[in-house]
Ligand binder design. Structure first.
Ligand code: ADP
Length: 867
């Protein structure tokens, strides 16, 4: 802070708070004459002006004599001290002409009018740092009044604004970069936008080149530049990184910018932007993703010949590349997302086209099959058995046709090729008719069925066929997933909307599945239900059909309790596309569709078994393996499939059937088949669980199992074997194939059984005690007569029991420890005349035995028993 100014003949000294000298001006030889002759106003002006730390310039008198302070001296760049006290512009250290043009008019106007004025951010070209420099100043001009109110001179305070002006300009560029690339659709677009923006900033970027790096090809490709005249070695379209005259390799390797100071030596004259002198320096900067070190682009940026490459300038370049990188990353993320969406749409289109083609392909042969079949069925004279087969064939061909039709409907809907035709309908009658057709199927299955349809009037416009599909799909689903309780169908009119709902007390839907119910192909992994068959299209089709009616579908459900599906459509026709609305009332005719749906439902009831009892099934031991006539157990939830296999197999074997794994386990309590053939996808207990259960039980573990699956492919086959299946058949299979597989399994089983019998006999007749334990609990698997005699137990009391349960008295005699040792270490144990206490005739008796515990290994070498 300036506290004092002292003036004497020659000097004006300025002192700060601590008395330090802030500035000293030599007034020496001014043309104004000695200081004491100066007018008081001039001296006062100088005094106040000098209290600021800004450069100050006073223009005095008509000849504009210059007086200035120390802070101003650098701006004069070498003209001080000659300029002090001399008149006019001739003394300026820089372009006299420019000063005359810009500054003189301002001065003259202030002198004339006596009013202050200013000029902001005036560009002045200075030579203060040893080179021609771009610099900005804000000037304020205040009149200095002398006696008589005249203006004696002008006080000019000069503030340098170079840093602010250039900083602001660079900031604007950085800000604009984000905006300009906002609409870019591709990275090429973005580079073009960046290039056009950078070209507008030649003051900071006298020239530039942007390259995209292709690391794998080790080349750089030009994607933008200022208007550089083409010189192949300066700005080639494409260059091998290692061969570029720019230090690309160094930049890529280090991930850092490199300054090139010998531009002229390398390239000759490169443009200096708007300035006449060429650029001397350039910076080569990496453009890289945030957090990554390897650049995907390079910016070559010329440094303005009228600036120094100071920290601010360097920071600006770095910010510029990171801004470019952000813009490019954004665009390329969008580009990738768009490509992904386009690819998905392509796939979707292809899939839809494929569906509709394949569906058509199916429909023709199916129609050709159905026609003749119906012809054959019309002949009532056929034997019952033959008729039965024909009916099954017909039923399944119809089912296939329905599936294909649904698929076709779906793909047409997707492709927007379905045009609904809406007409007023007697919706109550139509819905009741459709719903009633299910009555016998539902009631036959032991369910209660209620149809509660109120009169909803005629002001409801629907596409009849679509409405049928909505109703039939929802009711048949309710039937499929409800094993007991009731199904209620409702039709109601409610505030301008018709609601159709189907409520069931079925298995329900897990909470987390609910949001996905109407997605295409989505299915719930259910433990129960009448069947596992299905495609996951039904509900999404219903949802699309409801949407075509300007309506929607919703679901409420609780697992284990039941579900309600509700379709809601508006009344009237205003919401519908007018060209699709037809006049007149749609007539009611018997629905062909409902016939197909109901037939399917009826076929499902034939599958039904009592699967509600899930209590553990006890398998009986006593039934001997029948090596004479072989018995086969067929497990499948599809009644037609079971019948078909029965027919194939019953010529050679006795056949029993079960409709799922649980049912099969119940049946296995009554008899022991030689081979089991099982489907995988079944309700209640599927094939996988069934196999596991079988294999865990020593009584059923050895029964050969052939797995049937609809999933073709090597992977499914391997999966099947891993499950513990002995053989694997993929649907559809030929009768011959099935018979051959069954025959070979029976053969293998017989050989194995015979071998086992043989072994058992040897054991039984052996003159020594033999017992075989299995597993870590030493379950007694085999015991001969001699053992029973020694232990004094009955076979049925000990067989399949853990050793400690059969002989509790040995628990404290160290034998279990020895057995456990043998089991874990796999080393034989030999005992000689060891004392063992056994309970015989209710009393503990001491016995002496010599014995060997021999570890038994299974196929893969692990120990699973002891003999
Ligand atoms: P699909 O029955 O051919 O599998 P849907 O689209 O009709 O196809 O049904 C999709 C899934 O929704 C079914 O697999 C089933 O798990 C579930 N689902 C549909 N209706 C019901 C219902 N009423 N109760 C329980 N689950 C249902």
């Amino acid at each position: 802070m300036l506290t004092e100014s002292v003036m004497n003949d020659h000097f004006l000294s300025l002192k700060g708070e601590t008395g330090n000298l802030l500035g000293k001006i030599d007034w020496g030889q001014t043309s104004l004459g000695p200081v004491e002759k100066w007018p008081q106003s001039l001296i006062t002006s100088i005094g106040t002006a000098l209290k600021t730390k800004f450069p100050i310039l006073i223009w005095w008198g008509d000849d504009l004599t210059l007086i200035y302070n120390d802070a101003y001296i650098p701006i004069f760049a070498g003209k001080h001290p000659e300029a002090f006290g001399k008149p006019g512009f001739s003394q300026f250290g820089w372009g006299e002409e420019e000063v005359r043009r810009v500054i003189e008019p301002m001065l003259r106007s202030v002198m004339r009018k006596g009013e202050a004025t200013w000029s902001e951010d005036q560009l002045l070209i200075l030579e203060r740092k040893g080179f021609t420099e771009e610099a900005y100043f804000t000037w304020s001009y205040s009149p200095i009044t002398i006696e008589g109110g005249k203006v004696g001179g002008v006080l000019t305070i000069v503030t340098e604004t170079t840093e602010r002006v250039i900083g602001q300009r660079r900031l604007n560029l950085l800000n604009d970069l984000g905006d300009r690339t906002l609409d870019a659709h591709s990275t090429d677009d973005a580079y073009a936008a960046i290039t056009s923006l950078l070209r507008e900033h030649a003051l900071d970027l006298p020239f530039f080149i942007i390259y995209r790096i292709k690391a794998e090809e080790e080349t750089a490709h030009k994607v933008g530049e200022s208007n550089l005249s083409a010189r192949a070695f300066v700005n080639p379209e494409q260059v091998t990184i290692a061969k570029s005259l720019w230090p690309f390799a160094e930049v890529i390797e280090s991930g850092k910018e490199v300054i090139v100071e010998d531009l002229y030596e390398r390239f000759g004259k490169l443009p200096g932007g708007p300035w006449p002198e060429p650029a001397k320096t350039a910076v080569v900067l990496p453009i890289k993703k945030p957090g990554q070190n390897i650049p995907y682009g390079i910016l070559v940026a010329g440094v303005s010949p009228r600036s120094t490459l100071d920290e601010n300038y360097k920071r600006f370049f770095k910010l510029l590349t990171s801004q470019i990188s952000t813009a490019i990353s954004k665009v390329s993320a969008l580009e990738e997302e768009r490509k992904r969406i386009e690819a998905l749409q392509e796939i979707d289109k292809a899939k839809t086209a494929f569906f509709s083609n394949i569906s058509h392909e199916f429909r023709t042969p199916l129609t050709l099959m159905l026609g003749p079949l119906e012809e054959l069925l019309r002949n009532n004279a056929r034997p019952i058995a033959e008729r039965h087969h024909l009916e099954a064939t017909h039923r399944n061909a119809m089912r296939l046709l329905r599936l294909v039709n649904t698929l076709l409907d779906f793909s047409r809907l997707e492709a927007g090729r379905v045009k609904a035709r809406f007409a007023a309908a007697n919706l109550t009658a139509l819905t009741c008719d459709l719903a009633s057709s299910f009555r016998s199927a539902i009631e036959n299955a032991g369910l209660q069925y209620t149809i509660d349809a109120e009169e909803v009037g005629r002001n409801i416009f629907i596409d009849r066929e679509m409405w049928e599909k909505i109703v039939l799909n929802l009711i048949s689903n309710a039937f499929k997933y409800t094993l007991k309780g009731h199904i209620t169908v409702r039709l109601k009119l409610n505030r301008g909307k018709v609601t159709f709902s189907v409520e069931d007390t079925g298995i329900g839907i897990p909470q987390k599945e609910l949001p996905r119910m109407f997605e295409r192909f989505h299915r719930v992994q259910h433990a129960a239900g009448r069947t596992h068959e299905g495609t996951g299209i039904g509900l999404s089709l219903v949802s699309e059909l409801a949407a075509l009616h300007g309506g929607q579908i919703s679901v409420k459900s609780e697992e284990g309790k039941g579900s309600v599906f509700t379709v809601e459509i508006p009344t009237g026709k205003e919401h519908l596309p007018q060209e699709q609305v037809e006049e007149g009332i749609a007539i009611n005719y018997d629905s062909v569709l409902s016939e197909i749906y109901v037939q399917e439902a009826l076929a499902l009831t034939r599958n039904q078994v009592d699967s509600s009892s899930s209590k553990e099934v006890q398998l009986s031991e006593g039934i001997p393996d029948d090596l004479g006539e072989s018995m086969i157990l067929v497990v499948d939830d599809n009644a037609d499939m079971r019948e078909y296999m029965c027919r194939l197999l019953s010529k050679n074997y006795k056949v029993e059937t079960a409709s799922n794994g649980m049912h099969a386990m119940q049946k296995l309590a009554e008899f022991r088949p030689q081979v089991i053939i099982t489907d995988i996808m079944m309700p209640v207990m599927d094939g996988i669980q069934f196999l596991n259960t079988l294999r865990k039980n020593s009584l059923t573990a050895n029964i050969p199992v052939i797995v049937l699956s609809a999933r073709a492919g090597e992977e499914a086959r391997i999966e099947g074997y891993e499950l513990g299946a002995d053989d694997y058949l993929v649907k559809p299979f030929s009768a011959k194939e099935l018979l051959a597989r069954v025959k070979s399994q029976i053969k293998i089983a017989k050989v194995r059984n015979r071998a086992e019998m043989h072994l058992k006999n040897i054991f039984q007749q052996a003159p020594v005690i033999i017992v075989i334990f299995r597993g870590p609990n030493f379950i007694i698997e085999l015991a001969n007569e001699k053992l029973l005699e020694y232990w004094d137990r009955k076979l049925e009391d000990i067989l399949h029991k853990p050793l400690l349960e059969a002989l509790p008295e040995i628990s404290t005699q160290g034998l279990i420890e020895i057995l456990t040792g043998v089991y874990t270490k796999g080393e034989r144990f030999v005992a000689n005349e060891r004392e063992v206490f056994l309970k015989r005739n209710g009393q503990l008796e001491s016995t002496y035995v010599s014995f060997v515990y021999e570890p038994l290994r299974n196929d893969d070498g692990t120990i699973d028993g002891i003999m």
